[in-house]
Structure formats: structure tokens, C-alpha cells
Design a protein around this ligand. Structure first.
Ligand SMILES: Nc1ncnc2c1ncn2[C@@H]1O[C@H](COP(=O)(O)OP(=O)(O)OP(=O)(O)O)[C@@H](O)[C@H]1O
Length: 473
């Protein structure tokens, strides 16, 4: 067991060097030099690593923008599974007074603010890796189309006995499947802190499994999933056609079911329609409860708009709600799923600002033109972009999701991310998740890089043009 001055053979500094170098690459030089480089790695009384930032401000910035990713990277490189704590220098020094430790060498006199609670992976950001904080039951609006799925989700999250297992949610894209899966994970974890809750997308499952085959670390991969008390796998349709990943998922699922552990899936179709999934796995997927989410009706759309406006009011300080005819227009006329609806509400609030409450219907319609147009165009999916881009560069789709960093793979991956930002309504975190569970900063970096290259690199400009033409059909 590690204690003070008794760190295990893999030194945390070595792990940190790898984590920091990846962060430098993903965050870019500016943010890295401002917030990461001036921080130092120390240890707490238990011998666990602590990242000490010079100021409270830097600590908060890191917690918001890099901690989740640092956590993922740390887990990849640290065989001892230690977790990384985050503290400002003042907090760390306070702790040192009660338990002597190696002092932090850098000094910074600018910090006068009172010490805030310690931010650690365990209690501040994501107790379960990969979860989005805003996707909880509190922010989910139940209504026609999702009522049954919502009730079932709440039940799963209570850990009640005698429940259907596995639970399989399916429905069209953008109608809350990921939201419900996240909400289950948060609630289940809150109710049973000791339980192991694992959430991952099927892309992440596949890419991590393939990597574990390459690294000869499949045993660790199997252990990680089979020791879960609750396993949640998002977008399982993605595993279609991937034979070895399906085989692995089948064994994971049967092992968990035999041990009475809970499993929840989502997909865009019911198991019976997942033609590219092997019959044996399909049959296990449908052996518990199969539950459909449907498109939202007008009153649910209205409920979601109201909820979204309440959130924006708190965040942007926009006090007045739009007039009734504007709300009605949003609910009735914005085409597409809840994702597009949220996008339209955001556009309206951001562009109208304090005038939101006094907008006329005509003004609102004019502001919403881009949303109405984009959604009306042919819908392009991330999956389609990945396949097309991989094809164009003579790669496999799995290469784009893999960890490979050679330029021949990294560049096409960046191009694919850029195309996703242009042609879908997916957010940066969403795109990142669909590229093997990468962080939003990686996507941001890719988008910026491709923008630059479009000005300077003729070949990339040609590739992007050709891909765009193909995407538009
Ligand atoms: N009932 C709801 N209440 C509040 N927000 C919702 C609801 N349904 C969907 N949303 C929001 O709509 C957006 C899209 O939902 P989500 O990502 O869960 O869709 P999905 O069904 O998983 O789609 P995909 O299959 O494309 O991943 C999210 O921002 C989510 O918070």
C-alpha cells in the first residue's frame, strides 16, 4: 500500500509527464502554458498524487476544462489506479500544516481568496467517467413519448430487486436516450456510493477493446467491465458488423447477468432490427425489457422549451420569456429532434439577449432562419461522416476512433471532426464521445487546425471539398 515517500514502482511523475504531454497537445499551447505548466505534482498523506495549481482561479479553470480528460488519461497510464486530486497551493499548504509534506516550490502571492472545498475526481466532476453533469433526472422533462422510458429509468436507478435485466431503450436520435442513461448513472451512484457504475458508449467499448487486444491487456478490460454493479452502454447499434467486439460484449453481458448485475443499453432501433448484430447477442439484448422512446408531441416540446429557458435565464440573466406566439412557433415549426429544438432556443436567447421577451414573431423567425434551414437540409450522421472520411483516406472507420496518433490517421480524424461540426448539430463533447470517447478540447483543437489548414494546405482543401460534395449527396 502506498504511503508517504513510498510511491509504487510506477512513479506518479512519470504518469503525469504522459498526461501533461497529451493535455498540451489537446488544449493547445496558450491554455497549457497558463494553467497546466505552472502547476506541480505533489502527494497527499496517503501517497496519492495531487495536482497543485498556483491559484484558485487556475484550479477552477482546470476543474472545468481539463480535469475530466486528465482523469481519463491518468487512468490509461497508471496501473495502480490511483486517482488525481486537484488543489490550489493555499489549500495544499493548509493541509500540509496538519500533515507535513513536500512543500510546493512555486510561489504565488496573488491568491488571497478563502480556500474552497477540495475538488477531486471523486466528489466534484464525474464520479462516473464520461457522464455529463447536466443530464440528470432533474433536467429531464417527462411527457408523451418518453413517459414509460422515464419511469423505467427511475426504477433501474433505485437498485430495486426483481427488476427486468437488461433494460434496452431504443428510439430516434436526439430524443433523450443518452440523457436518461446519464440520469440513471448519476442517481444510482448517489443512492449507492459504494457501487461500481460504468457508463460508456459502444464506440468507446469497441475502441478500448481493440486497444486492449493490441496492448495484450484484455484481462484488465474484462475485469473493469465485469466487476461493474451497473453497466450502461450507449448507442449499442454501433457495434454492428464488429465481430470481435460483439463476441466480447456477449461474454460481458452474460457474465454480468449471471451475477445479477444490472445492464442498460440504448440504440436507435429495437434489438430485433439490429441486423448487423449476431443473433445470439441480439437475443440476449432483448431478454429483459425493451422499451421505446418516441418523438415528442407538442406539449412535451413546449415543456422542454420552458425548462431550457429557465436554465438560460439563470445562466445568461435573461429575465423575460418570449411571447406566447414565439414559444408556439418554436414548439410547432422547428424541425427535427429535441437536440435541434434546444439549438433553436439557444440561438434565440443568445441573439436576442435582453430583448428576448419583447421579440415579435417576425423578428424571431428572422433570427431562427439558420436553424430552420440547417435542420431542413439532408440529415448527415457522425457515423456517415466517419465512414466516408475513412474511405476517402483509405483507412478503416475504427482507425478514426483509435488512439493512433500518426499523421496519416490523425489528420483524417481531424478532418472528420471538422466535417461533423459543419454538417451535424452535435456539440463538441458529443463529437468527442463519438470518436472513441475523446474530450471536447480535442475536437476544438481539430476544428481550429482544419480551419488553419484550409487556408494553407491545398491538398487538405481539396480533400475537404471532395468530402463535402459527397456528403451533400
Ligand atoms: N425529455 C427531455 N427533457 C429534457 N431534455 C431532453 C429531453 N429529451 C431530449 N433532451 C435533450 O435533447 C438533447 C438530445 O438528447 P440525447 O443526446 O439524450 O438524445 P439521444 O436519443 O441519445 O440521441 P443520439 O441517439 O443521437 O445520441 C440533449 O441535450 C438532451 O438533454
Amino acid at each position: 500500500m502506498p504511503g508517504v515517500n513510498n510511491w509504487s514502482p510506477i512513479q506518479p511523475e512519470m504518469v503525469w509527464t504522459k498526461v501533461a504531454s497529451a493535455l498540451r497537445h489537446e488544449l493547445g499551447e496558450g491554455p497549457y502554458n497558463s494553467y497546466v505548466a505552472p502547476s506541480a505534482l505533489r502527494q497527499n498523506p496517503l501517497g496519492d498524487p495531487v495536482l497543485v495549481t498556483p491559484t484558485l482561479y487556475a484550479r477552477d479553470w482546470f476543474a472545468r476544462n481539463a480535469l475530466r480528460r486528465a482523469n481519463e488519461l491518468w487512468a490509461q497510464h497508471d496501473p495502480d489506479h490511483r486517482s488525481l486530486e486537484l488543489k490550489s497551493r493555499a489549500e495544499f499548504d493548509d493541509q500540509s500544516k496538519s500533515a507535513p509534506m513536500t512543500p510546493v516550490t512555486r510561489t504565488d502571492s496573488a491568491e488571497n481568496a478563502p480556500a474552497a472545498p477540495v475538488v477531486s475526481f471523486q466528489d466534484a466532476v464525474a464520479r462516473v467517467a464520461g457522464l455529463q453533469e447536466r443530464l440528470t433526472f432533474e433536467t429531464f422533462v417527462p411527457g408523451r413519448g418518453n413517459e414509460f422510458a422515464y419511469t423505467m429509468s427511475r426504477q433501474v436507478a433505485t437498485w430495486a430487486d426483481g427488476h427486468f435485466n437488461p433494460v434496452f431503450f431504443h428510439g430516434p436520435y436526439g430524443y433523450g436516450k443518452t440523457h436518461l442513461l446519464n440520469a440513471i448513472a448519476w442517481e444510482a451512484k448517489a443512492r449507492r456510493q459504494d457501487a461500481k457504475v460504468v457508463y460508456l458508449t459502444a464506440e468507446k467499448f469497441t475502441s478500448t477493446f481493440v486497444k486492449s487486444l493490441q496492448d495484450r491487456s484484455t484481462a484488465a478490460f474484462k475485469d473493469e467491465l465485469r466487476s461493474a454493479d451497473l453497466l450502461l452502454i450507449d448507442d449499442v447499434h454501433f457495434i454492428g458488423g464488429k465481430t470481435s467486439s460483439q463476441e466480447e460484449l456477449f461474454h460481458t453481458l452474460t457474465a454480468l447477468l449471471e451475477n445479477n448485475k444490472r445492464v442498460v443499453f440504448t440504440a436507435d432501433r429495437p434489438p430485433s432490427h439490429l441486423n448487423e448484430i449476431e443473433a445470439r447477442l441480439r437475443s440476449h439484448l432483448s431478454s429483459g425489457l425493451v422499451c421505446a422512446l418516441d418523438v415528442a408531441d407538442q406539449s412535451l416540446r413546449m415543456g422542454i422549451i420552458e425548462r431550457k429557458l429557465d436554465q438560460l435565464a439563470k445562466r445568461l440573466g435573461v429575465a423575460q420569456k418570449p411571447q406566447h406566439d414565439v414559444l408556439q412557433f418554436l414548439a410547432d415549426r422547428v424541425p427535427g429532434s429535441i437536440r435541434e429544438l434546444e439549438g433553436a432556443v439557444n440561438t434565440l436567447a443568445a441573439s436576442a439577449g435582453a430583448r428576448l421577451g419583447s421579440l415579435t414573431l417576425d423578428e424571431a423567425m428572422a433570427l431562427l432562419q439558420p436553424n430552420l434551414k440547417v435542420s431542413a437540409e439532408r440529415r448527415v450522421t457522425v457515423d456517415e461522416i466517419q465512414k466516408l472520411t475513412a474511405d476517402h483516406f483509405a483507412l478503416k472507420q475504427a482507425d478514426l476512433l483509435s488512439e493512433r496518433r500518426t499523421r496519416s490517421v490523425a489528420r483524417p480524424r481531424q478532418v472528420a471532426m471538422w466535417l461533423c461540426k459543419q454538417h451535424t448539430t452535435r456539440s463538441y463533447p458529443d463529437i468527442g464521445r463519438r470518436f472513441g470517447g475523446r474530450d471536447h478540447t480535442t475536437v476544438l483543437h481539430a476544428v481550429k487546425k482544419v480551419e488553419e489548414l484550409l487556408q494553407s494546405d491545398e491538398q487538405i482543401a481539396k480533400d475537404v471539398e471532395a468530402l463535402t460534395r459527397k456528403l451533400r449527396g
